[in-house]
Design a protein around this ligand. Sequence first.
Ligand SMILES: CC(C)(COP(=O)(O)OP(=O)(O)OC[C@H]1O[C@@H](n2cnc3c(N)ncnc32)[C@H](O)[C@@H]1OP(=O)(O)O)[C@@H](O)C(=O)NCCC(=O)NCCS
Length: 166
Amino acid sequence: MELRKINITDIEAQWAYTKELPTNENGLTNPYNGVSYDEYKEKVLPILISYEHPVNMPDWFVPETYYYLWDGNCLVGEFRIRHHLTDALRNGAGHIGYSIAKKHRGKGYGTIGLELTIQIAREIVPEEEIYLRVNKDNIASQKVMLNNGAYKAGEDEEHIFMRIAK
Ligand SMILES: CC(C)(COP(=O)(O)OP(=O)(O)OC[C@H]1O[C@@H](n2cnc3c(N)ncnc32)[C@H](O)[C@@H]1OP(=O)(O)O)[C@@H](O)C(=O)NCCC(=O)NCCS
């Protein structure tokens, strides 16, 4: 099992994943659902790669790196790391967003993928803790976080705010 940073070589598998990923599932958003291969290649992939070193982006935009979880030659999930917090992220989506392909859920990939992502995030994130947010009704994702040592730091009406010590 490995996490590979978004890249040009893996374009076909990354495109297939992005095309299928719902527009919004439990707060994990994807504006590129249904994207064609050509549009992914010409527009979307360069944009997503550029997020690591943003150019001409608004002030609020925090560098973000996309990683894909591979089991052998099968891409099973996506993990996004936002490099540092802003007030909006601190009180919102936090450092990490993730998803596992529907057909691969319930097999432990979410748990191992978050573990590998946290290993990378430890080297990137300056804050003392990794911040995460999860919907109250998203039990699977809460378990993924708890399996990785998360504790509940707070909540609002719809969400639980979790943190993992670095
Ligand atoms: C949340 C998500 C990443 C979990 O991925 P996954 O690969 O299925 O996770 P795991 O297989 O590691 O399962 C973690 C735990 O959740 C449980 N689980 C899995 N699916 C479940 C479901 N539908 N309902 C309740 N529990 C579930 C598993 O049994 C496991 O429990 P355990 O730790 O007691 O063994 C995946 O469901 C997903 O991509 N959801 C849509 C996007 C999303 O919600 N992202 C997170 C936003 S915070």
